[in-house]
Write a protein that binds this ligand. Structure first.
Ligand code: SF4
Length: 366
């Protein structure tokens, strides 16, 4: 059995670590590239969203490498993502790949569902071994996310642009290669220290821009043309709403215990939208409302044809909270040059807004 999961940011690190400890052969798919996109567009129904297309393209690539047991999230909810695994399975079978698609029903069975799935794939290994392997995978994810938060801050103020990104790439490799918890702690501490030593502009007061939107396009840099890094190059500190380790912690463990991390954000969105509309649309609106006094602007990532984000996009300009929002539609037509031009214009606007705001404050003080 050769197990694989399509890429979504750094999620593969956790699965590779957990399956590695259980002796299951896990194949890391090739990084998502233009080739993935070409395969995706060729074999996907045209009107589907970019998460469907890129995961399908990546599944084809990993099936080419010999993976025969493919994992995909699935389950209930108002988003059509729950049905994607079955459609993708049929496409892959029609293409002649001899694969089994395993749906990770995490939305229904939470942590227990994940453990059961891992147990089945690990040839019925004993429970303590399963739990320890999964815990190790989650620890790695948490380390990656903590390092990433530091990178988001350093990128905005570093003197030599690209230094934080280079360290981040090496940190990911070190965390991925860590064989036990001790090595993992050392790798995280080492790279956090190195990032802390990056030469930064002491007088910099970076703009703070939130990045929100649909889960997949938030977490997979290829799908958003690495918008966070591009904002960092423009001297912007990014605050992303979703990190995979936090999502795992709440969705798998805390939500079933009645702890809802999104309650505050849903309450903020209530004056404009009274109910969940699927995907992450409700949260996107809440983010704008909740952080209007804290951020200078918000980048909203919305996959083309994603109904929840289309609804959010149409509601956002009507909120009383006056936070500039730049919506970027993510699909196969998105081009880097166009996105960079829009980002530069957006950052110019935010800088001007801040300057004007500061001048007005000084006038009031006089
Ligand atoms: S939330 Fe939107 S983009 Fe994400 S899977 Fe559902 S329909 Fe597609």
């Amino acid at each position: 059995m050769r197990v694989a999961l399509p890429h979504m940011g750094n999620l593969y690190i956790a699965f590779k670590a957990a399956f590695g400890r259980l002796g299951v052969e896990y194949i890391v798919p090739p990084r998502i590239t233009r080739r993935t996109m070409s395969l995706a567009v060729k074999y996907s129904p045209e009107g589907l969203c970019i998460p469907f297309k890129l995961t399908l393209g990546n599944l084809i690539e990993v099936a080419e490498l010999g993976a025969d047991t493919l994992l995909m999230p699935g389950g209930y909810g108002t988003c059509r993502l729950g049905y994607y695994a079955r459609v993708q399975e049929q496409i892959l079978l029609d293409m002649g790949y001899n694969i089994e698609m395993v749906q990770m029903g995490v939305s229904e069975q939470k942590f227990l569902g994940l453990l059961r799935m891992v147990k089945r794939l690990a040839n019925d290994a004993p429970w303590p071994q399963i739990i320890s392997a999964v815990r190790f995978g989650i620890k790695k994810l948490s380390a990656v996310d903590r390092v990433e938060r530091v990178v988001q801050k350093v990128r905005a103020v570093e003197i030599e642009k690209g230094t934080a990104n280079r360290l981040y790439t090496r940190a990911i490799e070190a965390i991925d290669e860590a064989e036990d918890s001790h090595a993992l702690r050392e790798a995280e501490a080492d790279y956090t220290l190195r990032l802390g030593r990056v030469a930064v502009d002491p007088g910099a007061c970076p703009l703070i821009v939130g990045v929100t939107g649909e889960f997949y396009v938030l977490l997979e840099p290829f799908s958003n043309l690495d918008v966070e890094s591009e904002l960092g190059k423009l001297g912007v500190e990014v605050r992303r709403t979703t990190f995979i380790s936090e999502w795992t912690k709440f969705s798998m463990f805390l939500n079933p215990l009645g702890i809802d991390e999104k309650e505050k954000i849903h309450r903020a969105a209530l004056p404009y939208l009274k109910r969940d509309i699927g995907g992450d649309g409700w949260e996107s609106i809440g983010e704008k409302v909740l952080h209007s006094g804290e951020y200078d602007g918000l980048v909203h990532l919305a996959p083309f044809t994603c109904m929840p984000e289309v609804i959010a996009r149409n509601i956002m300009p009507r909120t009383r909270e006056n936070l500039p929002v730049l919506t970027i539609i993510c699909d196969e037509q998105i081009a880097k040059t166009g996105m960079l031009t829009r980002l530069e214009a957006f950052v110019d606007l935010l800088e001007r807004k801040r300057r004007v705001g500061n001048t007005n404050k000084q006038r009031v003080a006089v």
